[in-house]
Design a protein around this ligand. Structure first.
Ligand code: SF4
Ligand code: FES
Length: 169
């Protein structure tokens, strides 16, 4: 995607990436549910009218004339650092280890937190948008219907007893 504009106006960014065979590392994106830009692994540089900005590609709406650079030195360096932070947060996750290796991480300079949850929000969004259960959410999250980047741990809402059976085997 570097250096040219393959995306027509109105295309969804995920569809655009897929159609052009572009592989951008990502963790929190799940097809067919909303994107919240939580993991930030999918960052790209996009250029509009000569101005460059870095943003998460899963939340970026492409426009006519926009140039998207997915593999610049700057992006690779930032993405590697983000992957390193994710490993520090959940060092036991095989999926995150695999992503980190693909992003070029060879050592982790940050203190391991062993949180296991990296606040990607996949579980919360699936629970809310697919199951319509709203059984789990983020601590401190306003129940306003709009997503914000989560800042603390996943919590179980009071109505879990009536909805958890959808997740249980
Ligand atoms: S518990 Fe939920 S928010 Fe945390 S890493 Fe797993 S899917 Fe993501
Ligand atoms: S996939 Fe885009 S921020 Fe996580």
């Amino acid at each position: 995607m570097t250096g040219y504009n393959p995306c027509a106006e109105g295309y969804q960014r995920a569809r655009c990436r897929g159609e052009y065979g572009i592989c951008i590392p990502h963790l929190c994106h799940v097809p067919n549910i909303s994107d919240i830009g939580a993991c930030r692994l999918c960052i790209v540089e996009h250029v509009v009218n000569g101005r460059s900005k870095i943003t998460t590609s899963c939340t970026l709406n492409v426009e006519e004339g926009m140039v998207i650079k997915s593999n610049t030195d700057r992006i690779r360096k930032l993405r590697k650092n983000l992957a390193e932070l994710l490993v520090a947060q959940a060092p036991n996750s095989r999926a995150i280890q695999d992503i980190a290796v693909r992003c070029g991480v060879e050592e982790v300079r940050y203190k391991f937190r062993n949180d296991n949850c990296v606040l990607c929000g996949r579980c919360v969004r699936v629970c809310t948008e697919v199951w319509k259960a709203r059984a789990i959410g983020f601590v401190g999250e306003e129940e306003s219907g709009t997503w914000t980047i989560p800042s603390v741990y996943v919590r179980i809402f009071a109505n879990t007893a009536t909805t958890a059976s959808r997740c249980a085997p």
